[in-house]
Design a protein around this ligand. Sequence first.
Ligand SMILES: NC(=O)c1ccc[n+]([C@@H]2O[C@H](COP(=O)([O-])OP(=O)(O)OC[C@H]3O[C@@H](n4cnc5c(N)ncnc54)[C@H](OP(=O)(O)O)[C@@H]3O)[C@@H](O)[C@H]2O)c1
Length: 334
Amino acid sequence: MQAWICENPTGVDALTWQQSDTPQPKAGEVLIAIEAASLNFPDLLIVQIKYQIKPPLPFVPGSEFAGTVQAVGDGVTHLRVGQAVACLPGTGGFATHAVASAALCLPLPAGFGTVDAAAFIMTYATSWHALIDRAQLKAGETVLVLGAAGGVGTAAIQIAKAAGARVIAAASTEEKCALCESIGADASINYSNKNLRDEIRSKTGGQGPDIIYDPVGGDLTEPAFRAIAWRGRYLVVGFAAGGIPSLPLNLALLKGASIVGIFWGDFARREPKANAAMMAELANWYAKGKIKPVIDRTMPMADLKQAYAYMGSRSVKGKLVMVNPKQKTPLLIR
Ligand SMILES: NC(=O)c1ccc[n+]([C@@H]2O[C@H](COP(=O)([O-])OP(=O)(O)OC[C@H]3O[C@@H](n4cnc5c(N)ncnc54)[C@H](OP(=O)(O)O)[C@@H]3O)[C@@H](O)[C@H]2O)c1
């Protein structure tokens, strides 16, 4: 097998593409031939040891991937050799093969392609948990999505629309705004050249959005929060801009508004049954065509450093997905 190895946590430049023996699964594990692995924001942080999960060195980055089961360890009953799966173990995906806990693998229904599957779990689970579970979105409400052309942002647009909301997408370029409208947003705001608070007010008839989905933070948070509707829910999803903003709490009082923290990873660990039910419903929505990952482009796995550079340029729309050439017959059958 080949894998990108992080031996020296100084960032992307120190990663090396190395050959090694293909590992075999232990009890409760499966060996997966990886077909596609998406880039998520934490993949950038983890190779600099800036992410909350700090794997022991050396490790293979790549939080989320999809492929075919090639071997199963003892005690694995819900997966079989040849089965297509998606998996989000946090590491291991930027490689040709990975051993993962079977419990973290989602069997893919027929028709669920591995490129879409590799770009699915993190973004759609986060956005569903945020909008449907935590914010209790109701049809007819207005949702403002910041960083709307990014990974979780595009998923949030699609989920909010499918749930019957009016969606306003906010992003930093005209191209990103156009992409958001092409996937269903009812209106858009380019926040690089407009006053965000005024634009939100004018696009909501002065009422403000019922829900604000914020994966960006930084300088956007306070003007957005100042425009929220009475009884609004402000979803704290992430800090892609780097800065962790502070808010004067009197604003929450004045709007009767809630500030709601979103941490999908811990939700999945603490409430596995609710998470499994949510994933089943998301797969159902995918099968019905209500949601579909926006893939900016696929790139060969060996070009990972170029992909990281592209992600760092803030130009990606939707998701970047690394792909391996299709692998052949299973190595091992147990
Ligand atoms: N809470 C959770 O459970 C959870 C789960 C998944 C992800 N997250 C977090 O959500 C955030 C977004 O994740 P994502 O996968 O959607 O990332 P992404 O695809 O890279 O999108 C992030 C968006 O943030 C905006 N942005 C503003 N300033 C930026 C900067 N300096 N560098 C990069 N992007 C910047 C960009 O949109 P514009 O150019 O339009 O501003 C970009 O499209 C991350 O902080 C991630 O850690 C949280």
